[in-house]
Design a protein around this ligand. Structure first.
Ligand code: C5P
Length: 329
C-alpha cells in the first residue's frame, strides 16, 4: 500500500495599502467608456491584511477550475465586501495560476483559502478592493512559484495582470507616490518629500465608482461640470517642497462635484473637517470618504473625533502618506 501524499500547508500574509488622489483630473470619456485621467496617487499607512493559505495538496494541472476554495472577510470595514468569486482578490489568484501555466507549462497547484481583514472603507474611494487584489497577486505568485521551482512572474508581469483587473490595481501594487495617466494604470513615480498627516471620515454607505463618473459626464453635459484639470504641476511642486500647507493649496478632484451631487450630505462633512482644524478637505477619489490634510497627526486625531461626533453615521481614522504598496510581511 502506498503512503498517502503528504503536504505541508503554508500561509503567507500581505499588507494592502489604501491610496488617496492628491490630484484627480478627469477628461472626457473615451470610446471604451473609461475616462482619460491625469492623477497623482499617494499610498497611505492604513491597510487591509490579506492572508493566503494552502488548503490542499497540488492538483488540477489540466483543469481550469478555480484555485480558490474559500474567501472570508472580517475587520472594521467588512460590511458589503463580496466573499465570493466576484471579489477582485479571488480573480487575482486565478489569473496568476493561469498565467504561470501559460508561461512555464501546466503543473498541479494547491487550492487556497483567502482571508481579508478590512481596515480600509469598502466602496469608499480609497481603492481598498484594488489593494486587496494587488496583495493577492503577490501572494499567489509567491505561493504557486514553489511548484515552478521558484520561477515567479516578476514585477513587470504582475503590473500587466494588475492593469487587466482594474484601473487602480497597478498603483496599489506599486505604492509610494506616482503620476497616473491613461485610465490610471500608466504610472510614473514622483518625488514626495516628508510625510503628510490625514484625517479620513468614512460614510455608512459607499458610492459606486461608475455612477460617480457618469454623474460627472451628466453635470458637464448640462454645463455644470468642473475641469478637466489635467495639469498636475502644482501638486508636483508642493510635494517637492514637503510642506503640508502648500500641498493643501494644490489638492484637486474633478470627481468631487459629482460625488457631492449624489451625496449632498458630504458638503457638511467637508465643512466640519475644515472647522475642526484641517488645512483642506477633499472627497477621496470617487468618494464618499472625505480626506482632510492636517498639519500633524495630533490635529488629524482631533478632526476625526470632532467630525465623527458632529456628523451622524460617520467613522474616521488617521493615516499618513506616502506608504508602501502591496507588500508581503
Ligand atoms: O477600472 P475599474 O474597473 O476599477 O473601473 C471601474 C469603473 O470606473 C469603470 O467601469 C468606469 O465606469 C469607471 N472609470 C472610468 N474611467 C477611469 C477609471 C474608471 O470611467 N479612468
Amino acid at each position: 500500500m502506498s503512503a498517502p501524499m503528504s503536504f505541508d500547508p503554508r500561509v503567507w500574509t500581505a499588507h494592502a495599502h489604501a491610496k488617496v488622489n492628491l490630484h484627480l483630473g478627469v477628461a472626457e470619456p473615451r470610446e471604451d467608456g473609461f475616462h482619460e485621467l491625469a492623477t497623482v496617487f499617494q499610498s497611505l499607512s492604513i491597510h487591509d491584511v490579506v492572508t493566503l493559505e494552502e488548503v490542499g495538496g497540488p492538483t488540477g494541472a489540466s483543469s481550469s477550475a478555480s484555485r480558490v476554495l474559500s474567501l472570508e472577510v472580517d475587520g472594521p470595514y467588512a460590511l458589503g465586501v463580496p466573499a465570493d468569486s466576484s471579489n477582485l482578490a479571488w480573480r487575482a489568484v486565478d489569473l496568476v495560476a493561469s498565467r504561470l501555466r501559460e508561461k512555464f507549462g501546466p503543473r498541479d497547484l494547491p487550492q487556497v483559502a483567502l482571508y481579508l481583514t478590512k481596515g480600509i472603507p469598502a466602496a469608499g474611494g480609497m481603492a481598498g478592493g484594488s489593494a486587496d487584489c494587488a496583495a493577492a497577486l503577490r501572494l499567489a505568485d509567491r505561493c504557486f512559484s514553489q511548484y515552478y521551482t521558484m520561477d515567479t512572474l516578476g514585477e513587470d508581469e504582475l503590473m500587466g495582470l494588475a492593469a487587466q483587473l482594474g484601473s487602480d490595481v497597478p498603483f496599489t501594487l506599486m505604492g509610494g507616490t506616482a503620476l497616473g495617466t491613461g485610465r490610471g494604470e500608466q504610472l510614473t513615480p514622483m518625488i514626495s518629500r516628508g510625510s503628510y498627516a490625514w484625517a479620513f471620515i468614512s460614510s455608512h454607505e459607499g458610492l459606486s465608482t461608475p455612477a460617480v463618473f457618469a454623474k460627472l459626464d451628466e453635470l458637464r453635459a448640462a454645463g455644470r461640470g468642473v475641469g478637466p484639470s489635467m495639469d498636475t504641476t502644482a501638486v508636483g511642486q508642493a510635494l517637492m517642497s514637503g510642506k503640508a500647507q502648500r500641498l493643501a493649496g494644490a489638492l484637486a478632484n474633478d470627481l468631487q462635484a459629482a460625488a457631492v451631487s449624489l451625496r449632498p450630505d458630504l458638503r457638511k462633512t467637508l465643512k466640519a473637517g475644515k472647522a475642526a482644524g484641517a488645512l483642506c478637505g477633499i472627497v477621496s477619489g470617487s468618494g464618499p470618504t472625505c480626506a482632510f490634510l492636517c498639519e500633524d497627526e495630533g490635529i488629524a486625531a482631533d478632526v476625526v473625533s470632532q467630525v465623527t461626533v458632529e456628523i451622524p453615521k460617520t467613522r474616521g481614522f488617521v493615516a499618513t502618506g506616502p506608504a508602501a504598496g502591496a507588500v508581503l510581511v
